[in-house]
Write a protein of this length. Structure first.
Length: 149
């Protein structure tokens, strides 16, 4: 049996930069995997891709990787966000997207050890970063030990 793979998730909205980076440092994150579709939005503040990569490296020696294969499509995201869609529909569509991309074949559990998945949502309840972890656990036999920061 494989040893547990420790993966965290975090959102940056409703958080100060200090609180955000302190949570990553306290969790001993080695690599941050950005699972946002749009990682350069002006609304992101300290979480814009180039700034975030710099801050992570300087503050905690944390590697930054953008992984759009783990992001929703613009259509799925817009239907939920802009059109105030139903979460259960979003969840189903996003899970189908992950299946069609065969992410469980393209990625390996050990790639996630010491990582943290980032998106914008403040909590994991209605967020695709949680769905990614749950989907991979369902396909891989639950090696991921998930902690929401």
């Amino acid at each position: 049996m494989m040893r547990p793979v420790h993966v965290s998730t975090i959102g940056f909205t409703k958080s100060t930069a200090e609180h955000f980076f302190e949570r990553l440092l306290k969790a001993d994150v080695k690599k941050l995997i950005d699972v946002r579709l749009n990682n350069t939005s002006q609304l992101a503040g300290f979480a814009k891709s180039e700034d975030l990569a710099y801050f992570l490296r300087k503050i905690g020696g944390i590697q930054y990787v953008h992984q759009p294969i783990l992001a929703p499509t613009a259509n799925i995201l817009d239907a939920y966000k802009k059109e105030k869609g139903d979460w259960s529909i979003y969840e189903k569509q996003f899970t189908q997207l992950l299946e069609s991309r065969k992410i469980e074949e393209r990625l390996r559990p050990e790639m996630f050890d010491g990582t943290c998945l980032l998106c914008s949502e403040a909590t994991p309840h209605h967020c695709h970063r949680r769905l990614v972890c749950e989907y991979l656990n369902s396909k891989w036999g639950s090696p991921l030990k998930i902690r929401h920061l």
